[in-house]
Design a protein around this ligand. Structure first.
Ligand code: NAD
Ligand code: WQD
Length: 340
């Protein structure tokens, strides 16, 4: 029998790619999303790729009654993947309560409804931000967490703790906490991808918008870090590889894994800002005008993942070549530019 999965935030960037991966793996998907940072067009994109449009409930996870009603309609679900959250680090500093209310209020409602309707498996979108500036690289799941540097980061640390406490109190419940490093790229079909609101904060969409001529130049934040080439280093992971990890995590729980399991999701490889720019230029043949700018406050000089636990336990690893990821990001950008 087909197993149904509730995907909160499933109209968004990572959620829509995960909906594709889930449907391709034979799961039925129902998306819960308030479209605060996405459009339902992404679900049409999922349909064009997989032949099936996910079921869709336009609801706000912070609306307790609406959530309970939606869970009642989908009480046959076997699990939840909880993506729904606000994610702009800078905005979270300006509007902390909005972030706590949305990201934690939504999570608490989901956990309550799961308990009420006996849906016992949850995958949670956490972030490498929980490691702050790690003392040792690469970061493993055992690397000590650091106090968060933004309310957004706090919602991820607190979200992890809320889930741990809930699973501790409810022996039927199981959770997987996935700490994403830097997701980039789009579906190779060009049907779905990232839709940043306004001026992008993140490097990848800034690169593609600059390449497309929407931005005059890219500001490279800092060239004097204590790293091999002086630029910040990150672990850029293809969004389709990330999506596949969610399917593996669900299968792990549905296969009987107990308690709370944590996994880093990265490639295990560090790439500097300048390396990413150069790799983009050679993957696409398009120049990215840039200027060296001062360091951005709060940036971690270098972080990349030890993702061997996910490989050992889930049988998952990132396989997409960076060149292909960058080509997919560019294909998506060109499609978005054509439409506007
Ligand atoms: P996104 O903004 O594209 O997707 C989030 C989706 O959640 C959107 O469709 C939005 O409309 C929806 N949403 C937000 N609040 C909601 C609410 N209260 N009720 C219903 N829907 C709501 O973001 P994304 O990049 O796909 O991120 C997905 C998850 O992964 C988030 O939890 C994010 O914090 C986490 N994450 C993202 C990154 C990244 O760099 N993209 C890195 C680490 C972790
Ligand atoms: C990457 C590198 C910048 C923009 C953030 C969040 C994190 C997670 C992912 C959700 C850095 C440099 C960037 C630009 C630049 N999100 N850069 N010029 O900061 O690693 O992580 O997104 O969970 O929580 O903090 O990603 O893409 O913003 O930056 O030089 O215009 O690119 O300095 O070194 P970051 P990013």
């Amino acid at each position: 029998m087909t197993q149904k999965i509730i995907v909160s935030g499933g109209a968004g960037y990572i959620g829509s790619h995960t909906a594709v991966a889930l449907q391709n793996a034979g799961f039925e998907v129902v998306v819960f999303d308030n479209l605060s940072n996405s459009k339902s067009d992404s679900l049409d994109g999922v349909m064009r790729i997989t032949g099936v449009r996910p079921l869709f409930e336009q609801i706000d996870c912070t609306d307790t009654n609406a959530m309970r009603d939606a869970f009642a309609r989908h009480r046959d679900a076997v699990g939840v993947i909880h993506f729904a959250a606000l994610k702009a680090v800078g905005e979270s500093v300006e509007k902390p309560l909005m972030y706590y209310r949305n990201n934690l209020g939504g999570l608490i409602n989901i956990l309550d409804a799961m308990a009420e309707f006996n849906v016992n498996n949850i995958v949670f979108s956490s972030s490498a931000t929980v490691y702050g500036v790690p003392e040792k690289l690469p970061a493993t799941e055992e690397t000590p967490l650091q106090p968060a540097t933004s309310p957004y980061g706090s919602t991820k640390v607190m979200g992890e703790n809320i889930i741990r406490d809930t699973v501790q109190a409810k022996p039927n419940m199981r959770a997987v906490l996935l700490r994403y490093f830097n997701p980039i790229g789009a579906h190779p079909s060009g049907e779905i991808g990232e839709l940043p609101n306004g001026i992008p904060n993140n490097l990848m969409p800034y690169i593609t918008q600059t390449a497309a001529g929407i931005r005059e130049h890219l500001n490279v934040f800092g060239d004097d870090y204590d790293t091999p080439d002086g630029f910040c280093v990150r672990d850029y992971i293809d969004v389709n590889d990330l999506a596949a990890a969610h399917v593996a995590a669900l299968r792990h729980m549905l296969g009987g894994a107990q308690g709370v399991n944590v996994f880093n999701l990265g490639t295990g490889r560090g790439t500097s800002v300048m390396e990413l720019i150069r790799a983009f230029e050679s993957a696409t043949g398009v120049k990215v005008p840039y200027k060296i700018a001062p360091r951005r406050a709060g940036d971690v000089p270098a972080i990349w993942a030890d993702a061997t636990k996910a490989e050992r336990v889930l049988g998952w690893r990132a396989t997409t070549a960076l060149t292909d990821t960058l080509a997919s990001a560019w294909r998506w950008q060109q499609k978005v530019s054509e439409k506007n």
